[in-house]
Design a protein around this ligand. Structure first.
Ligand SMILES: [Zn+2]
Length: 643
């Protein structure tokens, strides 16, 4: 790969990556899949040119590790994914926006499969790549989603090196180096921790066999010696402007998570690159439209005038709006087709702009012309895709048994799981069924919450990572100081009513709390609902461990205004507020495996995902439990950032 053109002072560049079946022109994007499928689309409605390469997180398919079907049945990865025959596939160990991993050791990382945590060793991972033969493989790597402790950072680099070596030698032994290109996983650590890489990349093995870098951290921390390699940037990017900025910082390939998030929310892109200059003097243009909005109910124009996608060629905004309102899945298909088309053109525009030497100027104009964020989403998302966590025997029975013991027949309605929702009590229903996936707030806000979570204060992390490292007096002093500060933070939090699970009586109080505390978790409950009681027991426990968040509960009947405004119909409902913004809503137990017996850490995970808590915590010092509630069997050499 050679940079043909770079515009100063930007590091943006035009280049290409040669794979077995095609040459990728960069900057470009890789499309994330759910279990190997581009959400909403079948191969016949994907345009090959628009999505030449997709991302497959192996974690999604390793419920049984070596016994998983992808290992035990013949066939390479393209037999297992719903892509088009000419689509290239990249395999990485984890999903593109992974849930947190809890620990790693010299031989393995922990992954979160749909049936819980598993230890994935490099031996199994290398075996997977050798058998599945994707066009690109990112080597196994240790990259916790939160900020790692200082002891873990050098190990992260070492592990990337060791595990990549093992992958390279297996590919060489199997004569697969031409077929499978390897991207070296650069961990999310500062440049100083990456110096061992520079040595390693001087060796001919790396020069010959590493095709690119998979960057889990900041692009600026990549040593300049490695700048010749194409960089795949794996951080989620919130907006088109964030994508443009990452390209200026040297990203060659970015993840297109943004597209799925928008399409799921019924948000249709309207941006172009370069932006239409004739608009420079008018008011800012929207980046996208919320197709749920009633203003489109009678609008017969295409989603984006002039767009040549399938949807815009044949259908109107009114029709797409109607399909979403009617919950017809084809509505999401149409939005997804359009968004992919716009995104593809956005990248073609970027490449042309760099070639013409206008990229900096075009980026500035883009920033001036468009709103910085996507519109707030108002509608429902599609149904949950893929396997959900904890599938064992949790689905309620579809139909009532046709026979019951006579004695039990009378109270059958009380005891058996049926798909019918319980009788409405005071207008609310108890959650029993998987609900629609509700995406309530601005999805860009949600994304922001996600990345905030990845940059939580390093102070505490380091403190815990180094607990056993106290020979050095100066160090011990500073650690004591940190502990003191921590103690003060906790005291202040306690004064503000944190670390307890409070019942509030009025909506006024709820509103006051959401505006005065940084993180607030609110449970809307009904005193007679069983699932509300289960939720209470978990939140009670979690509130004790998280001084950074305020946990409250309010009887839904005491919050009629909020219930109406937020469309609360089924209880329990959990709302998470961060910086006075609603970042997420959980209805019933849908995101918790829809299982009454879920473990507290599953809920904790969910809260962490939306940054409603800073990180996972374990209170149990003797007989440590793993994050999923199982006894922890890990040995001394493992690193956990949740101790
Ligand atoms: Zn279109």
């Amino acid at each position: 790969m050679a940079a043909l053109n770079a515009c100063y002072p930007s590091s943006a560049r035009i280049s290409s990556v040669s794979l077995k079946s095609k040459v990728l022109q960069t900057p470009c994007f890789i499309f994330p899949t759910s279990k190997g499928t581009i959400p909403h689309l079948t191969p016949d409605n994907i345009n090959d040119n628009e999505v030449p390469i997709v991302y497959f997180g192996l974690e999604d398919s390793l419920d049984l590790l070596e016994k998983s079907p992808i290992f035990t049945v013949d066939g390479e990865i393209d037999k297992w994914v719903a892509g088009t025959p000419s689509q290239s596939i990249l395999i990485a160990p984890r999903r593109s926006i992974p849930l947190p991993s809890v620990s790693a050791g010299p031989q393995n990382i922990e992954i979160l499969t749909s049936s819980g945590l598993r230890k994935l060793t490099n031996e199994v991972y290398v075996k997977a790549i050798t058998k599945l033969r994707p066009e690109i493989a990112i080597a196994l790597n240790d990259n916790p989603s939160n900020v790692p402790g200082v002891k873990r950072k050098p190990k992260m680099t070492e592990r990337s090196i060791t595990w990549t070596n093992e992958l390279l030698s297996s590919l060489q032994n199997n004569e697969l180096t031409e077929k499978v290109k390897v991207f070296f996983p650069v961990p999310n650590v500062e440049t100083s921790y990456l110096t061992p890489l520079i040595e390693r990349f001087r060796e001919s093995d790396y020069k010959q066999h590493i095709t690119g870098l998979a960057c889990y951290g900041d692009l600026q921390s990549i040593p300049s010696d490695l700048s010749i390699y194409p960089k795949l940037f794996l951080r989620p990017l919130l907006t088109p402007l964030a994508i443009l900025q990452s390209i200026h910082q040297g990203a060659d390939i970015i993840m297109a998570d943004l597209v799925n998030q928008a399409s799921d929310s019924g948000i249709a892109f309207t941006f172009t690159f370069p932006a239409p200059v004739e608009n420079l003097l008018n008011r800012k243009l929207e980046l996208a439209w919320d197709m749920w909005n009633n203003r489109f109910a009678t609008d017969l124009s295409p989603l984006q005038p002039g767009c040549s996608c399938n949807t815009c060629q044949s259908y109107s905004r009114a029709y797409v709006h109607h399909l979403l309102q009617a919950r017809e899945l084809v509505g999401w298909i149409m939005v997804q087709q359009h968004n992919i088309h716009v995104f593809h053109n956005f990248f073609a525009g970027i490449r042309d702009s760099i070639k013409a030497g206008n990229f900096l100027r075009d980026t500035e104009i883009f920033e001036k012309i468009y709103s910085p964020n996507f519109p707030r989403t108002t509608g429902l998302g599609p149904r949950k895709r893929g396997y959900q966590m904890d599938l064992t025997d949790v689905q309620p029975k579809e139909n009532k048994p046709s026979w019951v013991q006579l004695k039990s027949e009378t109270n059958d309605a009380e005891t058996s799981h049926t798909t019918k929702k319980k009788e409405s009590i005071q207008g609310f229903q108890e959650s029993e069924l998987p609900e629609m996936d509700t995406t309530v707030s601005n999805f860009a806000d949600n994304y922001a919450a996600l990345s905030d979570n990845q940059s939580v204060s390093e102070l505490e992390e380091d403190l815990f990572a180094e607990l056993d490292d106290i020979d050095d007096t100066a160090y011990r002093e500073s650690r004591l100081q940190s502990l003191k500060e921590e103690f003060e933070r906790v005291s202040i939090a306690k004064e503000k009513g944190h670390m307890q699970y409070l019942t509030v009586e009025s909506e006024r109080e709820v509103m006051d709390i959401t505006t005065t505390s940084k993180r607030v978790v609110i449970h809307f409950f009904h005193p007679d609902f069983r699932r509300c009681k289960i939720m209470d027991s978990h939140l009670e426990k979690i509130s004790k461990n998280h001084w950074e968040t305020k946990f409250i509960r309010i009887e839904a009947a005491n919050a009629p205004f909020l219930a109406l405004k937020l469309g609360l119909k089924v209880l329990p409902v959990i709302l998470c507020y961060v910086d006075a913004k609603l970042v997420s809503k959980l209805i019933g137990f849908t995101d918790l495996g829809n299982n009454d017996d879920f473990d507290t850490p599953v809920l904790e995970f969910w809260l962490l995902k939306w940054a409603a808590i800073e990180k996972l915590k374990e209170n149990n010092s003797s007989g440590k439990k793993s994050i999923m509630g199982f006894k922890d069997t890990k040995n001394e050499s493992e690193d956990s950032d949740f101790e």
